[in-house]
Design a protein around this ligand. Structure first.
Ligand code: ADP
Length: 530
């Protein structure tokens, strides 16, 4: 309401020297002011609702883009970036970015409208008062530039300390079962405490710098305003301006100084938003995306694999995780990889899934080079059972069917039967509809593993990857599940990594890996059930 001081000055002047029609003018002025304030309600609500639409849409679109990008980034990106850091970027940084347009539009728009109207009004009534501008603007600029670099540094330090702490917090949470069972609570706290301390220190430094900046701006503007008030009263003493004009000037100076101060005070937030934008661009602009779109899709996969002199090294390491690997696998064959830990078995499975690409050499699936194919269409036809079983919050049914089209309950029960899980599922409170996860039933490691086997079976995949698939099962259940797996493996290409002799026994070939090389590959003569 920058018109307020102008009309108020006219009203005050009416009291001093209003003439015969002063009652009429008083009513008109009061009516205008009341009307303008009443209009403010719908106007402000509409304006804010539009602004909120813009800012919330930016937030929503960025969130969706981040999730999409996280799903496209290769596993190598995920290996080197901690979940906690990603979490901090996706939650905290995004919130800061989402708030920024509110600030920029609201404060800046307000600033521009008020300052323009004040400027015109002063120009028309007393151009000499524009001196305030001439002095206040360069002073603001000096303060702004003086603080810019230091604020920038403080914001960066604070953000990166929060990210680091978030990473450690995530790790601490993941480690809680191990920590507690070894009585290492204090060690865990000692490890994270310095990071919390950093957040405190950098948070304090940022706050103090911001306070110093804010108060310098605020005090300077108010001092200027007092000086200008004194000047205008002096002008009134000498009869240059009326008392009403003094009140008007003072109101203008108050508006101008407050607007300038609040516009300046958005600087720390704008710097924060820019820093957060930079932070999420580490996800959005990360180069390690898996490029699938536009590539050739797989039709029904037969399951022939050919590795030609493949070498792979994890970025940032000196040793080759796989070196000079050549291997040819026919459709329907079962291959077991054995070797000491660190020999390259998991890397091999990641390579066969196309989750990592060879540094040199080629990987062909059904004769097609994986670099040229849309690997999502291949992976849809693969069943993977790994030792790290992951269940999400949802029913048993949802967890087993996961990503497959509608499957009828009978098929789910059959898969559960084959995975040795039917009995315990039928004993759950709601059977297939029992909720798992945070709010639901907690299953044992072995039970989860059996559900994950059922999850692979129900996809009826042409390629099966069994990475320590039965490691969490007791001997009796394992024998039963293994027997089912032997049946399922028939006519499907299967890759097995297991410490259990019973799992390896059923492979057609056993391939020994040592330090990323194949040292021995032989036909398995004790194949059972094949
Ligand atoms: P295995 O499954 O036989 O235990 P891996 O395939 O996990 O062996 O590891 C092979 C080699 O690659 C090891 O030297 C290991 O340290 C290294 N390696 C595995 N995963 C990563 C990773 N994400 N980043 C860097 N190096 C890794």
């Amino acid at each position: 309401m920058p018109l307020m001081p102008v009309i108020t000055a006219w009203m005050i002047d009416l009291a001093i020297d209003g003439g015969p029609e002063r009652m009429m003018w008083l009513s008109i002025y009061a009516g205008i002011l009341v009307g303008l304030w009443a209009l403010n309600i719908p106007a402000h609500t509409l304006y804010f609702s539009q602004l909120s639409h813009i800012t919330r849409s930016i937030g929503r679109d960025l969130r969706v883009r981040i999730c999409r990008q996280l799903q496209t980034l290769s596993l190598l990106f995920h290996y080197r970036t901690s979940v906690g850091k990603l979490h901090s970027k996706a939650i905290r940084d995004l919130e800061i970015i989402e708030q920024a347009p509110f600030l920029i539009f609201d404060v800046m728009l307000n600033f521009m409208i008020s300052v323009t109207i004040a400027f015109i009004a002063i120009w028309l009534t007393a151009p000499a008062a524009l001196l305030f501008f001439l002095i206040a603007v360069p002073i603001s600029a000096v303060i702004r530039f003086g603080f810019y670099r230091i604020l920038n540094k403080r914001v960066e330090q604070l953000r990166s300390s929060i990210e680091t702490m978030s990473g450690s917090l995530n790790e601490m949470l993941k480690m809680i079962p191990v920590t507690r069972s070894h009585g290492l609570e204090q060690d865990a706290i000692d490890r994270i405490e310095p990071q919390i301390e950093h957040v405190y220190t950098y948070g304090r430094r940022f706050d103090v710098t911001r306070a110093l900046f804010g108060s310098s701006t605020f005090a300077t503007m108010n001092i200027l305003q007092v000086l200008f008030l004194a000047g205008s009263i002096y002008a009134c003493f000498n009869g240059y301006i009326t008392v009403g004009a003094v009140v008007m000037f003072n109101s203008f100076f108050l508006i101008l100084s407050a607007q300038l101060a609040s516009a300046m005070n958005t600087l720390p937030q704008i710097i924060q938003a820019r820093e957060s934008l930079h932070s999420i661009s580490e996800i959005l602009a990360a180069p390690e995306t898996e490029q699938n779109s536009g590539k050739n899709p797989f039709g029904p996969v037969k399951g022939a694999f050919e590795l030609k002199d493949v070498t792979f090294r994890y970025p940032g390491t000196d040793v080759e995780a796989l070196s000079g690997i050549s291997l040819s696998v026919d459709p329907g064959e079962a291959i077991a990889f054995v070797g000491d830990s660190g020999a390259g078995k998991s890397t091999m499975l990641s390579l066969l899934l196309g989750l990592i690409l060879p540094d040199s050499g080629r990987v062909l699936i059904d004769g097609y080079d994986i670099r040229e194919m849309d690997l999502r269409t291949f992976r849809k036809q693969v069943g993977v059972v790994s030792q790290d079983v992951l269940m999400f919050s949802g029913s048993v049914y949802d967890n087993v069917v996961f990503g497959s089209a509608e499957v009828d309950e009978q098929a789910v029960w059959q898969a559960l039967e084959q995975a040795g899980a039917a009995q315990f599922v039928s004993q759950l409170p709601d059977g297939l509809n029992t909720q798992l996860g945070d709010q639901g039933v907690r299953l044992s490691g072995g039970q989860q593993q059996r559900l994950s086997i059922a999850r692979a079976i129900i996809r009826d995949p042409q390629v099966l990857i069994l990475d320590e698939a039965t490691s969490a099962l007791d001997q009796e259940t394992e024998a039963y599940v293994q027997e089912s797996l032997n049946q399922i493996m028939q006519n499907r290409t299967t890759f097995i990594v297991s410490h259990r002799p019973s799992a390896i026994q059923n492979a057609d070939r056993v391939i020994h890996l040592e330090s990323g090389r194949i040292t021995d590959a032989k036909e398995n003569h004790c194949v059972l059930g094949h």
